[in-house]
Structures are given as structure tokens and as C-alpha cells.
Design a binder for this molecule. Structure first.
Ligand SMILES: [Zn+2]
Length: 350
């Protein structure tokens, strides 16, 4: 190995340094910088190529680990095991786990700064963080603590298999890595158009049916609060709202629903609010809710859990249980998506 190192140094010396010395530097108009540029870009490309062929699993990704409060570098495929372990119950169908691995891998590659991704916008220098801001991740050790020791090894093997069986597989749209892969826990029956939640349109993030989710723990939930508390929270959203406790039910009205069946706009007093703002202000699992008001309380009946955009994890599990493969699950939730090998995308870019 050491010998090869010497040869590399010798070649660099012969190819760059000697011509520079002979020609009197790089500023004399002769195309030496071109040679240097080509050569340095070749050197730059080396570590990446080496990483992609490594058995240990892809390039290194910089993960800001929330509970350690620092950036930790880890191999992509190892990182993904921690994402699948944190994002889905291990009891889920293996095709759902594979679909999760592919969605998480796509999210990770598209965020990597070396692939022209933005990285994690909350933690400068990191590609992704381990919190809900990016996608959940937990270490093998942490995960094992929450599992029955008798099952822990088999559980981890199941997750490892889902990641290994989909190694390097990502989602693409029109030949490009899909940059906006979102997923959520439970849709409540129908997923949501991205534009209704995040304000921007993504062609593969449009509303689709997501049946058979009734078994999900958050399929239906209820939030009850005092009428006064509701009014307080509305005023926290907009302090200028004119709303009174007398005849409250005549002052609160859902105005419009989205294509995905969630509340788009709601009128409270003399102001209009988005369903998403109401969701956060009232602490609801989703923006898919109905309202009833009695003499003391206001009750929200809520369907689903999460923003509702992209793949529903509980819906994916149901599809897997009914014999659908991971690629069918992904194509169902991400309209018009292609399933592709990451190396094919990165090769075309270079
Ligand atoms: Zn983040």
C-alpha cells in the first residue's frame, strides 16, 4: 500500500509540479490550470467512488444526532437501519419495512450536501438530523433497550434484511432523484396534496386513497377542551380575533375541505384560519377533524396522524399484509414515481 502511495506522489510530481516549474508557474497563459483542475477533480472523485463500492454500505452521511448534540458520520446503509427502526414498528409487514427503507434512502441521498442537497436546514453542516425535522433515527443500542431482549436480535435482523434487500434502491421522478419524499403515520383513509400542507406543489405528492387503516392506533382520536381554552388558543393564533363565548357554535364553522378530506379553512369569530394552523394550535393529530360544541366543551374528532402527505406507514403495512410488494406500495403512494438504483443517477450526473 505504501508503495502505491509513493507512486501516486511521484505521478503528481511528474504531471503537475515539474511542468509548473518548467513553465514558470500557472499564470503564464499556458493551460496548466486545466491540467490541475482535471487532476484535482479526479482526486476528489476517488474517495466517493471507493465509498460507493464498499461492502459496508454506501457513502458516509453526516447525521446530527439530537441526543448527542453533535454530527456523527455513518455509512448510508447502516444509517438507514436506524431510520427504519425508529420510523416503523418492527412488527410491520416486511414489504412495508422495505418501502420505508427506500423512502428513507431517497430522502437521505437527496439531502446530502455532496449531491447538491440542502442538508439539514436546522443543523448547519449536517446532511440530516435524527429528529422529526428530517427523519427519525435511533442507534441500535437505543433501539435494543426498548425491545424485549428475547426478540431483539430477530427484530434487528428483520430490519437489516429490509435495508439489505433494497440496497441502493431509491425513488426517481423523470430520471432525477425525487427530492421531496415525505411520509407520515396514518392518513385516516386518504393522503393529502402537498400544496395544501406545505404550500408547494410536487407532482408525485398528490392525494390517493389509503384504505384499511382502521387498526392503526391513531386512526380516530378525540380532543376535548373547555370553550374558554379554545377561545384563548384562537386568540394566540391571531390576537385581533373577535370571538365570544356566547353563541360560540354559530361563530365556529369549517368553510372548506381539501381533496384529501382535511380541513382547508375554518372560520372562528371574524377571522379565517387554515386547518393546519388549527391542528397545531389545538394539539390535534392531524388536520382531518370535525367539531362539535356543547354548553361547556368543544370536541375535535380527529382522523389519522401526521401531515398526510406521501406514504402512509400504516396504509403501507396494510398493503403489504394484502400481498403487495414494496415497489407497488411506493408507486401507489408516490404518483408516477420510478424505482431506480442510486448509482445510475449519480453516474449520469458525473
Ligand atoms: Zn433536520
Amino acid at each position: 500500500m505504501r508503495k502505491i502511495g509513493y507512486y501516486v506522489i511521484l505521478v503528481i510530481f511528474l504531471m503537475i509540479i515539474i511542468p509548473v516549474i518548467i513553465l514558470g508557474g500557472v499564470d503564464n497563459g499556458i493551460k496548466i490550470p486545466g491540467i490541475i483542475n482535471r487532476f484535482s477533480s479526479y482526486i476528489e472523485s476517488l474517495p466517493q467512488q471507493t465509498q460507493y463500492t464498499q461492502e459496508s454500505g454506501g457513502p458516509k452521511i453526516k447525521v446530527y444526532v439530537e441526543d448527542q448534540k453533535k454530527i456523527v458520520e455513518m455509512y448510508m446503509e447502516e444509517y438507514l437501519k436506524g431510520v427504519v427502526a425508529a420510523e416503523m414498528p418492527v412488527s410491520f409487514n416486511e414489504e412495508a419495512l422495505k418501502a420505508q427503507a427506500v423512502a428513507a434512502r431517497t430522502f437521505a441521498y437527496s439531502h446530502m450536501i455532496v449531491n447538491n442537497g440542502t442538508g439539514c436546514t436546522k443543523h448547519p453542516g449536517a446532511d440530516v438530523c435524527s429528529g422529526v425535522h428530517c427523519q427519525a433515527w435511533m442507534s441500535k443500542e437505543e433501539r435494543f433497550k426498548n425491545w424485549n431482549p428475547d426478540d431483539a436480535k430477530a427484530n434487528w435482523d428483520k430490519i437489516t434484511k429490509a435495508v439489505d434487500d433494497t440496497k441502493d434502491i431509491v425513488l426517481a421522478y423523470k430520471g432525477e432523484l425525487a427530492k421531496s419524499i415525505l411520509f407520515h403515520s396514518t392518513s385516516g383513509g386518504k393522503t393529502e396534496n402537498c400544496v395544501n400542507v406545505f404550500g408547494y406543489q410536487v407532482p408525485y405528492l398528490i392525494s390517493v386513497d389509503s384504505p384499511n387503516e382502521e387498526e392503526a392506533p391513531s386512526f380516530q382520536t378525540k380532543v376535548v377542551m373547555k370553550r374558554e381554552e379554545f377561545i384563548n388558543r384562537i386568540k394566540q393564533l391571531n390576537s385581533k380575533t373577535k370571538i365570544s363565548n356566547t353563541n360560540l357554535s354559530s361563530q365556529v364553522k369549517i368553510i372548506e375541505y381539501t381533496e384529501g378530506g382535511r380541513v382547508k379553512t375554518l372560520k372562528a369569530g371574524d377571522k379565517t384560519f387554515s386547518g393546519v394552523d388549527i391542528r397545531w394550535a389545538m394539539g390535534l393529530n392531524s388536520a382531518n377533524f370535525s367539531i362539535s360544541i356543547d354548553s361547556k366543551n368543544i370536541t375535535f374528532n380527529v382522523k389519522g396522524y401526521g401531515h398526510g402527505v406521501g406514504m402512509s406507514q400504516w396504509g403501507a403495512n396494510e398493503m403489504g399484509k394484502r400481498g403487495k410488494k414494496y415497489d407497488e406500495i411506493l408507486k401507489h403512494y408516490y404518483t408516477g414515481i420510478e424505482i431506480i438504483n442510486i448509482n445510475d443517477i449519480l453516474k449520469n450526473k458525473n
